[in-house]
Ligand binder design. Structure first.
Ligand code: ITT
Length: 195
């Protein structure tokens, strides 16, 4: 059972992720508490494994209910790279590094990419995973109007082929994003189990 009058914590060190999640929560009349902390993540081949193991690790130190999210950018032409290693790759190669890796492949069909989000919701009843995916392609160069974060300047969702995520205003990104899809699924579930 979930009591919507109690605060629901989102454990994340990333203020952009928290802002986006709060935006989605508003449409469900939920308010989120930012449990701002960096937690250790296992190295694994799937976001599901990373999210599940992070949730189980945090169970000892944070009172449920809470949720966390593991997200990543997947590029099929690069065999799914950077995928679960997105954080490390963004810090080391950056968006320019991804653009360089794809520079031999100018055709849009070779530049397909998708973001995945796996949200792990922890309650007294255990851990439940919710997923979201948005498909698009990698731009020829980084483009931003100052919105978004991370890989947003190089990711163009299929629904807005002229704009990167970083060129969309927050409500437009939120309408399409992997994160809002996963969280809409979590918040819809919560509305069915309210006490
Ligand atoms: P927490 O783990 O503390 O929540 P994080 O920033 O490390 O924060 P993730 O592991 O989920 O979050 O994200 C992996 C990387 O992917 C990270 O470098 C993000 O900046 C990037 N990323 C995640 N979601 C994104 C999005 O919606 N747009 C652009 N980049 C994103």
């Amino acid at each position: 059972m979930f009591d919507p009058s109690l605060p629901l914590s989102f454990v994340t060190s990333n203020p952009h992720k928290f802002e986006e999640a709060s935006f989605t929560a508003q449409s469900f009349n939920l308010s989120l508490n930012h449990a701002k902390q960096k937690y250790s993540e296992v190295q694994a081949d799937s976001l599901e494994e990373v999210a599940m193991s992070s949730a189980l690790n945090l169970l000892g130190s944070i009172d449920p209910p809470f949720f966390l999210e593991d997200a990543g950018l997947f590029i099929p032409k690069l065999n799914g790279f950077p995928g679960p290693y997105s954080s490390y790759v963004l810090q080391t190669l950056g968006n320019d590094g991804i653009l360089s890796l794809l520079s031999p492949f100018p055709d849009q069909s070779d530049r397909q990419a998708y973001f995945l989000s796996v949200v792990a919701f922890v309650s007294d009843e255990g851990v439940r995973l919710f997923k979201g995916r948005v498909d698009g392609f990698i731009s020829a160069s980084a483009r931003s109007k100052g919105h978004g974060f991370g890989f947003d300047p190089i990711f163009i969702p299929n629904e807005t082929p002229d704009f990167t995520f970083a060129e969309l205003i927050p409500s437009e990104k939120n309408h399409l994003s992997h994160r809002s899809i996963a969280l809409t699924s979590l918040f819809s579930y919560l509305s069915t189990v309210q006490s």
